[in-house]
Write a protein that binds this ligand. Sequence first.
Ligand code: GUN
Ligand code: ZN
Length: 432
Amino acid sequence: MEDLLIGQTLAFAADPFAEGPEAARHVSRGAVLVRDGKIAVTGDAVTLRAAHPDARVHDYGEALISAGFIDAHMHYPQTGIIASWGKRLIDWLNTYTFPEEMRFSDPAYAAEVAGRYFDLALANGTTTMASYCTIHPESVDAFFTAARERGLRAFAGKTCMDRNAPDGLRDTAQSAYDDSKRLLEKWHGVDRLSYVITPRFSPTSTPAQLEALGTLWSEKPTCLMQTHLSEQHDEIEWVRSLFPDARDYLDTYERFLLLGPGAVFGHAIHLTERERDRLYEVGASLVHCPTSNTFIGSGLFDMAGLMAQGQRIGLATDTGGGSSFSMLRTMAAAYEVAQLRHVALHPAQLWWLATQGSARALRIEDRVGNLMPGMEADIVVIDLASTPAIAQRATRAGDIWEALFPTIMMGDDRAVRAVWVGGKPVAPAERT
Ligand code: GUN
Ligand code: ZN
């Protein structure tokens, strides 16, 4: 059986940071034919309807059909503490995050939060996510079990910490290696799931633990490795005092073989010249977390400068450091942060970041993140008039970008009309 989704369609033939908005492909009465979990054909609605008369038709009218959003950095265990008041990074970790993460020693609690997190993400049109778990192996099982039940392409790993974390929230170099390896062998490549080697950040890992995880990564090179880099000035000073021999923050990973093409660095705000050059040279990924960077007071990511350098950059909510599950809200924050650096990101660039950009950061751009034949059918359908304020603004639109930008700036889960995962519509109950 084939499904034919009809509406406005938006895809990308190239990177709008390199080619401008012309890189996008918009069809105002377009269609996407879905077969066996994949996008089989895209084109205009009249032609595809005629060519596939037996397909089940889903006519979304004026709504926009796009690849589902990809959230390249988040912490599902922080779902319950999102929007906690008044702290900066280290204080925020100690006050809110670590006590909450402690609760994930209970598998039932981990399963409850994982289910709630995925329902929230899907309600916001996010179809792929890369998450940190907690130090507890059970928290990884809970994440992957819930992702698998929903048929999602998802990434996660056991967060490793063997110092500067409270009792009950520390592993060791050896147990981090052993548990990560066991979980990796259990989950990596199962259905649409990928394991990610996950040292939290260098302040909470001893050199011995970083070395053990570097060894694991060289033994399992098809995995990604995710961690945090240069988020706040205090954190960078702390890293300097903990690793006095390191050239810079990046070097605390590099010297333990935790730098390579599959390395995914969250935040990456306050980078030195050497760090930028080295990240580019090895083809590592950077993930911009704009709602988090403003909420925790971290700083203004240099999107224009890093893109001009050719870096591989994704976009993410960083929940619960970030203050929203919505990639629309996250695009709006990325726009606002760039404005504070005197750069106006185009809606095509924002949309590309939330789909193809994040797919490239996670090295899955050949599978998801674009409406193209052969891609997996993870799709979001966006209502471009989801609230009265957006609707009255959208009526003035002269083109797709003017129609889309009010939803980027003011939209949320109310704009998400439908979500498809692996070629199947997600039940509305899981989206609300
Ligand atoms: N750095 C180390 N851990 C974290 C975390 O959980 N959230 C954020 N935003 N930064 C971190
Ligand atoms: Zn994070």
